[in-house]
Design a protein around this ligand. Structure first.
Ligand SMILES: [Zn+2]
Length: 119
């Protein structure tokens, strides 16, 4: 019984170490951006412009953020396209890390529950 308790304590310790590492990884994603990237082509109001024959203007880039069900689109200059895309990618990686941390916390709740039952 004592061995089993030690084993659980070790598992708990390992999970907490892993969780600390995941939090450190999150810190490397300062550039994260929670939103979507939009590429848009448009037509203008000038008579006889090529855009009315299918050769539309663009692309113009936007970064769309949704809060409380309302979407806001922010114009993105061409030179900033890659920064915005990297930020969106970073956010997705943080989401994956948060998922892993959630799994660890769930396991910890189970293990710590078992551990207290053993003592
Ligand atoms: Zn046009």
């Amino acid at each position: 019984m004592k061995n089993e308790a030690n084993n659980k304590a070790k598992q708990i310790e390992d999970l907490k170490k892993k969780r600390a590492r995941l939090f450190e990884e999150i810190l490397a994603h300062e550039d994260l951006m929670d939103g979507t990237f939009i590429e848009r082509y448009s037509t203008c109001s000038r008579d006889g412009c090529k855009c009315h024959d299918g050769d539309k203007h663009g692309p113009r880039y936007y970064f769309a953020v949704t809060r409380d069900g309302r979407q806001k689109q922010h114009y993105v200059r061409k030179g900033n396209k890659d920064l915005v895309l990297a930020g969106i990618d970073s956010y997705q990686q943080v989401q994956e890390l948060l998922y892993e941390i959630t799994e660890i916390n769930r396991e910890l709740i189970d293990l710590e529950d078992d551990a207290s039952n053993l003592s």
